[in-house]
Design a protein around this ligand. Structure first.
Ligand code: G2I
Length: 352
């Protein structure tokens, strides 16, 4: 029997909801009057096709006006870069700390943004006490963690990365403590526990280097097909998409599509592209076009907002530079979201 902490369902702020509805109505009016006017922010452009455009965020920076202006200006979805991970949320057994995640959820709800959940079970960023557990103790810790965290934010999360990075490049299971101690069944146990804890969230498997048809994405594909065939609850697959300017994306869209054809949504969950200028913008454009071409691709999240705070900052991989200036890559994404219809910004000669 898993201990279930008190569930605290959040209530949307009526004021925020009304404000958002008003804004949406105004936007709709503007959009429908006159000739096809491309939306001018990433979030609004994505929303025109029912998609979101999100960013990974850090709680402390939400108080930084420059950071929050950039976030509010262009994004309609957020994910915690670190604040909802196991080490942050359950530093000691059964003792939860939701403060950073709550800050993000409150911020998002006040602005009508969606929240992605990242991540319930991962081999990395486990607190020390988990790393030393074996056998059934580890199983109970995993199930208790999912129950506690997904239960706390039940109703607040659009989609959870239930399990993160459990496969190797060759399509085999990563030999993590979870795999070694719990055997192959641990992933489906995690998904079933997540469904119990938050029946409203979409449940995703999330991984990197799955940017085309390759042995790793094959392995994940086989798992998802098996889960769907056996009724294991899974609703979506996250493609992290940590890329470089010369990444080969020739089978990127076909890969998204084959997962969608299994009956799950697909999401671009941690997009960033090392490089600069037109080469970087071109990769961003290809990813965005691929998502737009797959009807079950529900949205794109970039892994941060500005190069100033990126985990790979020296590769300048994001859409805003270190001074929060929009890069060529930004305009390439905006253009792709608008199906090629966005106006170049005044005075910008170089955008692709
Ligand atoms: O590694 C890039 C991403 C790959 N996919 C899963 C993501 O969860 C992962 O995010 C990164 C964060 O961007 C980093 O910010 O995950 C790292 C941890 O594996 C994060 O780095 C950690 C540092 O290693 C810690 O020293 C630091 O205490 O961030 C922590 C919080 O700032």
């Amino acid at each position: 029997m898993i201990h279930s902490p008190r569930r605290r369902r959040r209530v949307w702020s009526a004021v925020a909801a009304v404000a958002t509805a008003g804004l949406a109505a105004t936007t709709a009016l503007v959009m429908s009057s006159g000739t096809a006017q491309a939306a001018e922010t990433l979030g609004a452009s994505a929303a025109e096709s029912g998609r979101y455009f999100g960013a990974a965020v850090v709680p402390n920076l939400l108080n930084d006006g420059t950071y929050s202006s950039a976030l509010d200006g262009d994004f309609n979805s957020v994910v915690a870069e670190n604040a909802m991970k196991w080490d942050a949320t359950e530093p000691n057994p059964g003792q939860f700390n939701f403060s950073g995640g709550d800050q993000i959820v409150d911020y998002a709800q006040a602005r009508g943004m969606e929240v992605r959940g990242h991540t319930l079970v991962w081999h990395a960023q486990q607190p020390g006490w988990v790393q030393n557990l074996t056998g059934n103790d580890l199983r109970q810790a995993m199930l208790g963690h999912i129950d506690g965290v997904a239960g706390h934010w039940a109703g607040d999360i659009e989609s959870w990365d239930v399990v993160n990075e459990a496969f190797e490049w060759d399509g085999s299971r990563r030999q993590s403590n979870l795999q070694q101690q719990l055997g192959d069944g641990w992933i489906e146990e995690a998904f079933r526990a997540a469904r119990d804890a938050d029946p409203n969230a979409k449940l995703c498997y999330n991984d990197f280097s799955t940017d085309g048809l390759n042995p790793k994405s094959d392995g994940i594909y086989d798992m998802v097909a098996d889960f769907k065939a056996r009724g294991v609850p899974i609703d979506c697959v996250g493609f992290q998409s940590h890329l470089g300017s010369n990444s080969d994306l020739s089978t990127y869209q076909a890969n998204l599509q084959r997962f969608a054809d299994l009956g799950v949504d697909v999401e671009i969950t941690e997009l960033d592209v090392g490089g600069s200028g037109g080469a970087q913008a071109n990769v961003y454009r290809q990813v965005t076009e691929a998502c737009m071409a797959v009807s079950r691709c529900t949205g794109i999240t970039t892994w941060g907002i500005t190069d100033a705070h990126s985990w790979r900052g020296d590769e300048t991989p994001l859409l805003f530079d270190g001074n929060y200036q929009k890069k060529d890559a930004y305009y390439a994404v905006l253009d792709a979201l608008n199906d090629g219809d966005s106006e170049p910004p005044p005075g910008d000669g170089g955008h692709v």
